[in-house]
Structure formats: C-alpha cells, structure tokens
Design a protein around this ligand. Structure first.
Ligand SMILES: Cc1cc2nc3c(=O)[nH]c(=O)nc-3n(C[C@H](O)[C@H](O)[C@H](O)COP(=O)(O)OP(=O)(O)OC[C@H]3O[C@@H](n4cnc5c(N)ncnc54)[C@H](O)[C@@H]3O)c2cc1C
Length: 336
C-alpha cells in the first residue's frame, strides 16, 4: 500500500483525459482501504474502478483510491441457482466469461461492458434487455465515515434505470467491496432485443445457449460501439429520458419519426441518440472533442481533448435537445 503523488490518470479513464491526481493509491482488501481512509481523512476521496463511466473535468486535488479487490467465490447453490461472489476489482467482462465457462447463466446479455464488478451496481448496468438488478443477490460495502461494512439486499439498493442509492441518496458514502450474483442453472434466455436474434440467425445458431448469446452480444457491441482502446469514450454519455404519454403524443404529432418505448408505469422512454442526431450533432467534431459518427449518444475524445471540452459539448447538446424537443437530457457519465 503505497501512496503516490501527482499521478497522471490518462491511462486510468477510458475517455483518456489527461488529468492528474494529487495522491493515488490502490487497495486490495477492506483493511487496507480502512487504513488509507484513516491516514488521509483530511483529503477528498475518489473511488476508482475501471474508469469507464467518468469524465474528469480537472485535476483531482484529493486522493484517488483504485479498488483492486480480487477473487471469485461460489457461495452456495441449490437445484436452480448458483450464488457467486466477486471482488469489486474483478474485471466485469472476465467475470461474465468465468460464469459462462461454468454454465452459470444470466449475465450473457451483459457481456463486454467495460469496467469492474464493484461499479456494476452503481448504475445498475444494463444492456440488451437485462439489468444487473435481475440477477443481483447482495453486496458488501464499506461506510467511509462509520468505518463499518454493511450488507445491501436488492431492496436496499434502490435500483432503477441506470440508478441506485449509491449514485444518489448515498452518493460517495460507501465503497463497494464485493457483489454476489444469483445465476441460473436452468436457462432463462432473453433474446427479445431485436439485434440479438438477428445476430444469432446470421451466426447460424439453431440451439440457444448462454455462451452463444454472449458471443452474439460481443459481435454486436464490437461492430457498433467505439473501442475505448482506439477512441476515448465512456459509452452512452446521456440516459434515455422518459416523458409522460401525453408529452409523447405531442412530440409524435410534431416529429412523427420520434422513437419511444412504453415503460411499465405508462410513461414513454425516448431514444436520446435519435434526438441528438436530429439536432445535427452526429459526427460533429470540435478540436478533439466529438459526437461519434455512428452512435450520437457516445461522446468521444479523438486524442487530446480536455475534460472541460467534452463537458462543454455535452452542455451544448443538452441545450439544443431541450430547445427542439422540450426534453431535458440527463448525463449518465459521472462528472468529476
Ligand atoms: C464502450 C463502452 C460501453 C459501455 N456500455 C455500457 C452498457 O451497455 N451498459 C451500461 O450500463 N454501462 C455501459 N458503459 C458504462 C460503464 O462501462 C459502466 O458504467 C461500468 O459499470 C463502469 O465501471 P467502472 O469500474 O469503469 O467504473 P468507474 O468509471 O471507475 O466509476 C464509475 C462510478 O462508480 C464509482 N465506483 C466505482 N467503483 C466503485 C466501488 N467499488 N465502490 C463505490 N463506488 C465505486 C466511481 O467513484 C464513479 O463514481 C459503457 C462504457 C463504455 C466505455
């Protein structure tokens, strides 16, 4: 456990923003975390995972603590389910592959999402019709002030669309140490998301399996999303906003091609990417900050963009969508 000073974070965030942390350390167990917190109690703390859902807008004047708690453990099983606990510092996709290799099913649709296990509950990561809340069992988290470990059940986490208590009510109060998922022994596949079935067909799959669905998802994601190793980005920059059905009807009259999906509560979720595209941002570039040419929802750093330039672009996009559609977009990416 070594505290470093003035460390560049460029390689530690997928946007590739070149900022520095005044102090930096890693930890791989809760005792080290506790000690680091006690030693640096006067400093602002930031917990870093894989850095794939953050935008640094300036140098960080406190201590960045990178969670490197490892380990995957089978906790218990019954005829239907497997309970598997993973350290917060495990890479998410490697964890998904680990479960699939053992024929533990459920996480296949969430293949290839960047980042670490510890951040997966933060915004209830989701893709292709599945969210982690569907398979979540419990997590353990360290309370920074009380210096105690608490266990959170699914109800304690307040999961919603790209939301949890850790992103709002309990923001910056807890460090997630490990997460336990409840996976299926008996298949319950979800291929209803259009592109998966299409991809499975083109792969010539006749008999479904979790591994084949995972492969289909990997193929789709690799062809559609910019690879952060090549172009800096943090995936979808904005959330898809929901509006009342009355507002949706008004929008539909004015913009007949507007894309919306009904939520269970009758509100309608709009495709933010479509609205951004209609405002003319798709493929826009100013300096090294841009809006991706294939995915308008993804903001990119072509090389040396500053976090502030990406932020300013996101602000311009937000305002133009508000002006054209009367809909306020919300950022999905965490601003630091
Ligand atoms: C190309 C690309 C595609 C993506 N696709 C998707 C997608 O399909 N679905 C989706 O939901 N997301 C997607 N994302 C976003 C991102 O991968 C997820 O949000 C991921 O869970 C972030 O993990 P991370 O470890 O990188 O978190 P970080 O970016 O390091 O951190 C994110 C936030 O969580 C906090 N945090 C991290 N770890 C902990 C911890 N252990 N305890 C407490 N707080 C913590 C940080 O302080 C920060 O506020 C995508 C990103 C990219 C770059």
């Amino acid at each position: 456990m070594q505290i470093q000073q003035n460390i560049s974070l460029k390689q530690l965030n997928t946007f590739g923003i070149d900022v520095s942390a005044k102090y930096f350390s890693t930890f791989n167990n809760s005792d080290d975390l506790s000690e680091l917190i006690a030693l640096n109690s006067q400093l602002t703390t930031f917990i870093l995972g894989g850095g794939s859902n953050i935008l640094f807008t300036k140098n960080f004047d406190g201590i960045v603590l990178k969670n490197e708690i490892k380990g995957i453990e089978l906790i218990k099983e019954d005829a239907q389910y497997i309970y598997v606990k993973a350290g917060a510092g495990e890479n998410w996709h490697q964890f998904v592959l680990y479960t699939l290799q053992r024929n533990w099913q459920g996480l296949e649709n969430l293949s290839l999402i960047p980042g670490n296990v510890g951040a997966s509950p933060m915004q209830n990561i989701g893709a292709y019709g599945v969210e982690i809340k569907d398979l979540f069992y419990e997590l353990e988290a360290f309370h920074l002030k009380e210096k105690k470990v608490f266990t959170f059940s699914v109800n304690d986490c307040g999961f919603g669309y790209r939301e949890s208590v850790f992103k709002n009510k309990l923001k910056e109060q807890f460090v997630i140490l490990n997460v336990t998922y409840c996976l299926n022994k008996i298949p319950k596949f979800n291929t209803s998301y259009g592109a998966i079935e299409e991809e499975l067909n083109s792969m010539g799959v006749t008999e479904l399996s979790a591994k084949k669905i995972s492969l289909a998802v990997i193929n789709i994601r690799s062809s559609k999303l910019p690879d952060p190793a090549k172009i800096g980005n943090a995936g979808s920059f904005f959330k898809n906003p929901s509006v009342t059905s009355a507002k949706f009807n008004d929008l539909k009259t004015e913009f007949p091609l507007i894309v919306g999906y009904k939520n269970p509560d009758n509100s309608v979720k709009l495709a933010a990417g479509w609205m951004i595209e209609q405002c003319g941002w798709k493929g826009f570039r100013k300096g090294d900050a841009g809006c991706h040419a294939q995915q308008a929802l993804v903001l990119v750093n072509y090389g040396n963009a500053k976090g502030k330039e990406i932020y300013d672009l996101s602000e311009d996009i937000l305002q133009s969508v508000q002006k054209k559609f009367g809909v306020k977009l919300e950022r999905e990416v965490n601003l630091i």
